[in-house]
Design a protein around this ligand. Structure first.
Ligand SMILES: [Fe+2]
Length: 352
């Protein structure tokens, strides 16, 4: 290292000496410029602008043409079940934003059937086109044969609208939902195949001997949640107490945590959709903090939150950067935290 530093220093000295010699020897400015080309301010600005524009075009091309279709399966293991419970594999899907022509996405989702999860949870925003219901049902295909739970999001109820891209990174949203989508048809298709609508409902399931109590709310992004319909202490005799919401609004998460639910599943954020490497999401499109834009995190001392980055985008913002479209396979295992105030006898009674 010492030798290299000396060498570099010597070369720098040589350059400086050459410049001094050229000046003293009467060589003109043009002669020196021939060795180290100098740009005028406007030329430098033009070059910088062209470079930035080329990088921008390349970035948009990558985000729209490559990463938007680079689907990935993420996996996490969460210790949320009551002690002694067998493990449960939950496939979490969200934000498909499907249009009829998205064959690659439909094929990728259909392949997920091979995972044969114990439970599929869909947290909404399935549709991005009035005629997309058959495409969604066909893509889910074998997954509809598995036990399933779902809630809907704004993009099940209303068609996406073009909007100013700047609104993506500002809070200047003026939401306009005018064109309804056929969510009744989608709900009927899911229900006919056996999936359970958790919107403002309590459900009980048994998955391989694991007793599940599940609730959900309508989309808080549209202020449709009616927490009073499902609030109250989570059933103590369930091995997994599960709560669903499309948008992970803190006011809803707080209620689920206060009621002692073990796991909350949500979507909506798209993981930030346009992220910066080493920084992460810039926005969550809701009141959730950016650090929780995707993946698992704690909400309170006993509740886990998992936010899916989702599989799609609005057709009017068809880009993803540093935030690949995803499905998530959650392996739930025993290890639920007990309420600190619960006496040991009560804790033992809750455990299976
Ligand atoms: Fe979405």
């Amino acid at each position: 290292m010492g030798q290299r530093s000396t060498s570099v220093s010597w070369r720098c000295d040589a350059v400086v000496r050459d410049v001094r010699n050229s000046r003293s020897s009467g060589l003109g400015r043009a002669s020196y410029a021939g060795v180290v080309p100098q740009l005028t301010a406007s030329q430098a600005l033009t070059r910088a602008s062209l470079t930035a524009a080329a990088m921008g075009v390349a970035g948009v091309g990558y985000a729209a043409g490559i990463e938007r279709n680079a689907f990935v399966l993420r996996e996490h293991t969460l210790a949320v079940l009551a002690p002694g419970s067998a493990s449960v594999r939950v496939l979490h899907l969200s934000d498909l934003h499907m249009t009829p022509g998205q064959r690659r996405k439909q094929g990728w989702i259909r392949e997920l059937g091979r995972l044969e999860p114990d439970l599929v949870v869909n947290t909404g925003d399935n549709l991005a086109h009035p005629r997309a219901v058959p495409a969604v049902v066909q893509a889910l295909g074998p997954l509809l044969e598995r036990p399933g739970l779902f809630v809907f999001g704004s993009n099940d109820y209303f068609a996406p609208q073009p909007k100013n891209p700047l609104h993506y990174v500002t809070s200047a949203h003026r939401r306009v939902h005018r064109v309804p989508l056929p969510w009744h048809d989608l709900r009927a298709a899911f229900s006919e195949r056996g999936w359970l609508d958790a919107t403002h409902r309590h459900h009980r399931l048994v998955l391989g001997g694991v007793r599940v109590a599940a609730i959900g709310v309508d989309d808080p992004h549209l202020h449709r949640e009616r927490l009073g319909t499902v609030s109250g202490p989570a059933p103590g005799d369930a091995d997994l107490r599960l709560a669903l919401t499309h948008s992970p609004e803190p006011r809803v998460l707080d209620q689920f945590a206060a009621d002692d639910y073990d796991l909350v599943l949500a979507g909506h954020t798209h993981g930030g959709q346009l992220c910066l490497p080493f920084v992460g999401a810039l926005v969550t499109n809701c009141d959730l903090d950016r650090s929780r834009a995707k993946g698992p995190s704690r909400w309170g001392s006993r509740t886990w939150l998992h936010v899916s980055a989702g599989l799609g985008t609005s057709p009017y913002a068809p880009v993803r950067f540093a935030c690949r479209p995803e499905a998530t396979l959650l392996t739930l295992v025993a290890g639920r935290r007990h309420a600190p105030s619960a006496p040991p006898v009560l804790a033992a009674a809750v455990a299976r």
